[in-house]
Design a protein around this ligand. Structure first.
Ligand code: ZN
Length: 225
């Protein structure tokens, strides 16, 4: 309550451009939001989109932003992951969830599930940024989310500087389903933060589809370009 009052009097500065926030703005300013490089704009020409859709394993693939080195999405991700601003990830998820409903009002997701970090990595960072993104998405979609259905059993090294084939091999079999009954016959939206080849997201989806009869859609906060 007191915090709300303070936020009303002193909305603070935008986490992306450092300009003062106006009343009604929260964490980031509207100008920055309007500058986001949207993934939706070149959907049908995108390699990752075509790869997922043409595999016929998934109900759909959704991504909010395009990720370029030194671009606004990189700054956003940096704030979320390393500057201890996971609530910013939740806000982005919420905006994205509302937009997904705007594009496809008939979309019915039963459960939003974030790709898990290994518990040691999560402990080190303090949180999994994808959990917050998933929570915001679920709120925007008007559905539930859960971070306890899947486990990452291998704390694998970073995927940077690996070829597509090496990435696929690096993440094969590193996820397992914890509670099958919670996923059975559901339409699950499996979400990750940034994807490059989508190998991690696909490995996680494969672990679920191999273990449980269910439908899966995929989502990412951003796709690297
Ligand atoms: Zn701004």
């Amino acid at each position: 309550m007191f915090q709300d009052f303070l936020t009303l009097l002193f909305p603070g500065t935008c986490a992306l451009c450092d300009q003062g926030l106006s009343r009604g703005e929260d964490l980031i300013c509207l100008k920055c939001i309007h500058q986001f490089p949207r993934y939706q704009n070149d959907l049908n020409r995108d390699e990752i989109y075509l790869h997922f859709i043409e595999s016929y394993r998934y109900e759909g693939f959704y991504a909010y932003l395009k990720f370029y080195k030194k671009g606004i999405t990189q700054k956003l991700l940096h704030q979320i992951k390393y500057n201890r601003m996971p609530v910013l990830g939740e806000k982005i998820g919420y905006l994205f969830g509302l937009e997904m409903m705007g594009i496809n009002g008939a979309l019915k997701i039963d459960l939003v599930v974030p790709v898990p970090l290994h518990r040691r990595k999560k402990k080190k960072r303090g949180y999994n940024q994808s959990d917050f993104f998933a929570r915001g998405l679920a709120k925007g979609l008007g559905t539930r989310w859960s971070d306890t259905e899947i486990r990452r059993t291998v704390n694998n090294e970073t995927q940077t500087d690996k070829s597509r084939q090496e990435r696929i091999e690096n993440v094969a079999g590193i996820f397992s389903v914890v509670r099958h009954e919670n996923l059975l016959n559901k339409h699950i939206l499996l979400v990750d933060d940034v994807i490059t080849t989508g190998a991690t997201l696909e490995s996680c989806a494969a672990a679920i589809l191999d273990a449980v009869s269910c439908r899966i859609s995929l989502a990412a906060l951003a796709v690297a370009k």
